[in-house]
Write a protein that binds this ligand. Structure first.
Ligand SMILES: Cc1cc2nc3c(=O)[nH]c(=O)nc-3n(C[C@H](O)[C@H](O)[C@H](O)COP(=O)(O)OP(=O)(O)OC[C@H]3O[C@@H](n4cnc5c(N)ncnc54)[C@H](O)[C@@H]3O)c2cc1C
Length: 393
């Protein structure tokens, strides 16, 4: 067995783990990042694509915003479509000029990996059998296996950035964490298509056949979603059927949805989940390891990056001053933002999806809410400020 020491051991090379590693590097704090998938896999895992301005600003300040500034597509509005009409919510007018930036999670991850490798700092892919131990002591340890066999990484602190299915959260003893969750009786069937987006801005659609979303990843790549069953069988969805259903749900007089080759197709669950606290001993959970939001609010990636921003500052403060004040506040600080995002994502989800057992009363409420949001400046501002991301929560 080989034993190595570092200051911060990071489990997971998703957006949370890689951003944390970069922020720690800027603070002069050592870290080792461990990832159980291959570099190719994590760089091509199609997921989120909507960045809040504060996420963009943080990545730029961390020195990984150059390509993002060049290729990211700034959006100043989003559209809500219902009862055959499309209504624009002018995000920038309602939020003092703020907007969102469309830039795929795959691209964020590629930029962060490139920066880590350029700094010649440890980032290990394809490790197996990762375990965190002694997390309630001041010498927590990560054990794992790589090409060289069994390894031991002694740390000051461990960051559990290993997503919803990772090993860090389950390593916390029973009875410590409280979990809060909501399952929704639907999922999203998502496609990535090689066709120029048919709308310059994202379109969220409430339709009698179910929710649909038209989004994009670049001027040449469209990303589209359909509400489906949580366990929808993809074999039942040949490309022609996907496009036909999208055409039905997104249809609008005088507008055409352009079709193209489907490059990727998948079904994702829609779920709300939070654990409290986000810390136990010297193990700090960040991102999807601690909370999941339905993708309707476009918050998952932004929340993950917000968590590690708080964590990096708290660790920097601790190493500089030995004061644990910010580390002690880590969980509460992050949970305030996480719960705001949970509420907003639940609210958007509830307003836009067709519940399988919805009665006419539910439907009338949804339509009334949508009319209010597009008709009232106060209601539209509430949506807009949450969508672009609140500075204070
Ligand atoms: C299918 C899907 C689609 C999504 N679409 C959207 C969207 O459209 N909009 C949006 O805002 N959000 C979306 N999300 C959510 C968003 O992508 C996540 O919130 C974001 O990836 C969170 O980043 P993270 O770093 O916390 O976790 P992850 O991205 O999950 O990264 C965790 C990393 O840890 C690694 N790992 C796991 N276990 C171990 C282990 N034992 N040892 C070492 N490494 C491990 C994983 O391989 C992964 O690389 C989607 C999520 C999914 C699953």
């Amino acid at each position: 067995m080989t034993a190595v020491r570092t200051q911060v051991g990071i489990v997971g090379a998703g957006p949370a783990g890689l951003t944390l590693a970069r922020l720690l590097e800027r603070e002069g704090i050592e870290s080792v990042v461990l990832e159980d998938r291959s570099r190719d896999y994590v760089e091509h895992r199609i997921r989120a694509g909507v960045l809040e301005q504060r996420t963009v600003d943080l990545l730029s300040e961390a020195g990984v915003g150059e390509r993002l500034a060049r290729e990211g597509i700034v959006h100043h509005g989003i559209n809500l479509q219902f009862e055959g009409e499309r209504h624009r919510i002018p995000l920038n007018e309602l939020t003092d000029g703020r907007g969102i930036v469309i830039y795929g999670q795959t691209e964020v991850v590629k930029d962060l990996i490139a920066a880590r490798l350029a700094s010649a700092l440890p980032l290990l892919f394809d490790v197996t059998d990762v375990r965190v131990e002694a997390i309630d002591t001041d010498r927590p340890t990560i054990r794992f296996v790589d090409d060289g066999g069994e390894q031991e990484l002694a740390c000051d602190v461990i960051a559990g950035c290993d997503g919803y299915h990772g090993i860090c959260r389950p390593s916390i003893p029973d009875g410590v964490l409280s979990s809060f969750s909501r399952e929704y009786p639907f999922g999203w069937l998502g496609i990535l298509a090689a066709v120029a987006p048919s709308s310059d801005e994202v379109v969220y659609t409430h339709h009698e056949r179910g929710f649909a979303l038209l989004s994009l990843r670049s001027p040449e790549l469209s990303r589209l979603y359909l509400q489906c069953a949580p366990d929808e069988d993809l074999d039942e969805w040949p490309d022609e059927r996907v496009w036909a259903e999208l055409q039905r749900r997104l249809a609008l007089d005088g507008w055409t949805l352009d079709e193209g080759p489907i490059l990727e197709k998948g079904v994702a669950g829609i779920r709300s989940f939070v654990v409290e606290p986000m810390q136990y001993g010297r193990l700090y959970l960040a991102g999807d390891a601690a909370h999941i939001v339905p993708a309707t609010g476009a918050k998952g990636l932004n929340l993950a990056i917000a968590d590690v921003h708080v964590l990096a500052e708290a660790l920097g403060h601790w190493y500089r001053t030995r004061s644990t004040a910010l580390l002690d506040a880590y969980s509460d600080t992050c949970l305030r933002r996480a719960w705001r995002a949970e509420h907003f994502s639940w609210w958007m989800t509830s307003m836009l999806h067709r519940l399988p057992d919805a009665d006419p009363f539910d439907l009338k409420l949804q339509i009334s809410q949508l009319r209010y949001v597009v008709g009232s400046q106060a209601a539209a501002t509430s949506l807009a400020e949450n969508y672009v991301g609140l500075d204070r929560v």
